[in-house]
Design a protein around this ligand. Structure first.
Ligand code: HEM
Length: 436
């Protein structure tokens, strides 16, 4: 038995080594590469927040790895889809949460009487809600996803760097990393060659992290407009520290979300279809309550692999008005060109936030570095690298050049630089009755 076990893992390791030689090179990050990503001011902020040297290096490495994975995913999608598709859809997708089911216009109404910042009594904001699958671009909704979620962007907010307040949610209250030093290897294992994923999960992650990965791989979702959603990591709420959660109006988020498998013979787009059916069939629009959750005595701020157990309190309500489903026609239909463009170009960032709702903890501080750089990479830097690569500019770094050289039909893959300004409150918000 023991010998068989050794053979099995030996074989697996050999397989990882041989099948991924070239990709393994692309995934090697030098200390210099990693440290170039962290400028002096960021380094000082991270060390003040308690990051050790190897944690700071892991943050830099995560940025480098994420960029390389973005390019891999871009090339893979272009090669698999054969046709160029409509020109407006030719963007570089997010390295994480690449597949959007839709971006929907919504209204966010504060219901608490005791909040501050955007949770001030009676405040109301127009908002975008982006509903997505986690991971790089995976077209098939049935594929094993570690995450799915919502990005919410409140517009017209004062006191934030972007004029927006962004909230990010996933379908589980547990995030799968509590030690940022494990993140680069996790990323490395999600690139080309899925066997690396198993290898990494077995040898590089802690027991708690492995448990969350198993929990999240087995947490099925049948409809992202019916499921509860969680911030998984904490935020300040005035003078308190809370986590956020969302739940359909009339319900409270469960501490352990229920497994909701897709229907038999579900299609590759079953989550988009279920979302559209809910939008089409609701009579008054889709309604979600926004909750804050205070920690119980044993709940940890720094370990997001564990769900908090404290009470939830509803503090705001989100309404997604009717008329936005695919096939509705007109400018509110989420498949309309302008909406798809806005959806792909928007960048959600937890640090687009008022001071009263600022992100807390090391996971969030890591995100402060990663999100901005990755959004810039997909929106403008990769389209620019692509043009330079097409012009045979040899200053394009080898790790990108080698990947772009794998494109079957570079002409039809040409990515278009994306809008980097925040979206405006347009007439469609007015026609849907979200603003007057
Ligand atoms: C080490 C921690 C994390 C890293 C490095 C990370 C990385 C990223 C990156 C690179 C993106 C794409 C950004 C863009 O291109 O605009 C992203 C998007 C996203 N992340 Fe994270 N993430 C982390 C933790 C989390 C956590 C704790 C949550 C829990 C809510 C989360 C939820 C999301 C969601 C929902 C999106 C998609 C937002 C959208 O619709 O654009 N992430 N993440």
């Amino acid at each position: 038995m023991h010998v068989r076990y050794v053979f099995l893992w030996g074989g697996l390791a050999a397989c990882v080594a041989s099948s991924n030689d070239q990709d393994a090179d692309a995934m090697f990050v030098t200390a210099d590469d990693a440290s170039r990503e962290i400028d002096r001011a960021t380094r000082s902020k991270l060390s003040q927040a308690g990051f050790a040297e190897d944690e700071i290096r892991a943050v830099g490495e995560s940025v480098v790895m994420s960029r390389r994975l973005s390019v891999q995913s871009f090339v893979k999608e272009a090669n698999e889809s054969n046709a160029a598709g409509p020109a407006f859809a030719r963007s570089v997708r997010r390295e994480s949460h690449g597949k959007a089911h839709a971006c929907l216009r919504a209204r966010f109404d504060v219901t608490t009487r005791t909040g501050s910042g955007v949770f001030q009594e009676r405040a109301s904001y127009p908002a975008w809600v982006r509903i997505s699958n986690g991971g790089a671009y995976q077209r098939d909704d049935k594929a094993a996803h570690i995450s799915r979620g919502w990005g919410i962007k409140l517009l017209g907010v004062s006191g934030t760097p972007s004029g927006t307040q962004d909230f990010l949610f996933i379908t589980s209250p547990r995030f799968f990393i509590h030690d940022i030093r494990h993140y680069p290897n996790f990323l490395r294992s999600t690139g080309n060659g899925r066997i690396g994923f198993i290898f990494n999960a077995l040898f590089n992650m802690s027991l708690e992290e492995k448990a969350v990965i198993l929990h999240r791989l087995s947490l099925k979702v049948s409809n992202l407009l019916e499921s509860p959603e969680y911030s998984a990591v904490p935020y300040s709420y005035g003078n308190e520290v809370v986590k956020y959660a969302l739940s359909p109006c009339g319900s409270t988020p469960p501490i352990t979300p229920e497994n909701m498998p897709p229907p038999d013979q579900a299609s590759d787009d079953y989550l988009t279809e279920a979302m559209d059916a809910t939008l089409r069939n609701s009579t008054e629009g889709v309604c979600y309550d926004f909750f804050v959750q205070r920690p119980s005595a044993d709940d940890s701020v720094e370990n997001p692999t564990r769900a908090w157990t404290g009470e939830f309190e509803a503090v705001a309500r989100i309404t997604i008005p009717l008329g936005q489903h695919a096939g509705a026609g007109g400018p509110a239909d989420h498949t309309a060109e302008a909406n798809v463009r806005t959806c792909e170009s928007m960048a959600f960032d937890p640090f687009n936030s008022t001071e009263a709702s600022r992100p807390i903890g090391k996971t969030n501080l890591t995100r402060k570095v990663v999100y901005k750089k990755l959004a810039a990479f997909r929106r403008t830097e990769l389209p620019d690298l692509f043009s330079r690569w097409r012009n045979r500019d040899d200053t394009v770094p080898a790790e990108y050049r080698n990947e772009l050289n794998k494109l079957g039909d570079p002409e039809s893959a040409q990515p278009i630089p994306e809008e980097t300004r925040e979206p405006t409150i347009d007439n469609v918000f007015r026609s849907l009755g979200i603003v007057r």
